[in-house]
Design a protein around this ligand. Sequence first.
Ligand SMILES: [Zn+2]
Length: 441
Amino acid sequence: MVPAFFHFSSQFDGAESRSSKIACQERRHPCRLLSKPVALTTLKKAGPNPALRRAHHVWLLVPFRVSVYSCYTPGMNDPNRSARTRRSFLKAASVAALCPFAAHAAPQTATPWFLTQGVILGVRDMETYDWPALAKAAGLTTLATHITPSEIAAFVKTEAGQRFLDGCKTHGIAVEHELHALGDLLPRDFFDKDPSMFRMNEQGERVREYNLCVHSKAALDVVAENAVSYAKALPSTSGRYFFWIDDAMPMCRCPECRAYSDCDQALIFENRVLGAIRQIHASATLAHLAYVNTLDPPTQVKPDPGIFLEFAPIERRYDVPFRQRDATGTPATITHGRLLDALDANLEYFGKDNAQALEYWLDVSRFSSWKRDRITDIPWNDAVFRDDLDLYASRGIRHVTTFGVWIDADYIQRWGAAPIEAYGRGLSRWSLREGAPVPIE
Ligand SMILES: [Zn+2]
């Protein structure tokens, strides 16, 4: 077998790396100077190691096949670009370490197709396990908190919360917050002051529980004010915000709202929230969550610029690919075909730019029917997962995340973290070539 090599270029003179197959051919001579293969784990140490930095280049010999990686390394006086460089290096290194003889990572010239490669976590997951380090090792870009704004705002003030945020910063992981928010954005005690701010049920009664009346100016004013407060307390480092309505709960049936679907009402709320957040973060974007009672697109309300589609097919199954249209989910009256039609209709309505798939491939809580005493291992199916990514990529979706709720210290001690590594590998294998996504195998 012909020996081959990995190449990590790390020029720190401000010039763009010349790493490529050509560069490797030009520099074949120094490769031959290495008399024996070097352990791939050395790659992990190359980034922060001053001696290796001064050496400018790290050449490693491994058997079997050629793969070329490199890190674009701009001037060190630009913290953002340096952070990108560090992330790129560590991501490539971690992929190589995870899969040394069949590398899936893209070469330098390929832009990652999936711009968001994320996992959504609950507080206990973040408290009990070093998720930022795990995300880095798996090559992920993003970790998001969950479930409500008040819960996460309290968490980030704790020592564990600060440790989580510091870890994400250290490892170059973006932090987002995917939150069922309306219970916090419109505090329920306002009902005693003005019931018209709250939703009307099918019996014509204003009720305190869940959501709001989107035709109440007073309600939307309170929502906007609190959205700004929570956006300050829980900034999204990517600029992508997620303030959802209450979890699959009904919207208002008052005489004014009745003419609007739950999706249209949700979009009225979202447009107002985005406008409020943009007062403090001009480039902020906000998700419209298509999910359960908001599965179909709106018909009357148009999204303001900056609203993007987030599609969460919670009813689907995971033992067969999502593209299998006749597969029945939960409830059994919903098929994959029904969900896919809704996805396509939403993409048509909101556009594919910034669209995000919110998946459940790693959601222990869902696989355990949200019952701790029935906690189960993730039934990971790599073929299904990869086929699902093919499906999303073919529709132009470039942001993918999954719930990873209940993957905490107990879970990892019992079953290990392998699905997270497989998840990162699957996402990393995609790159953008000439305007279209291409899997690298
Ligand atoms: Zn109403």
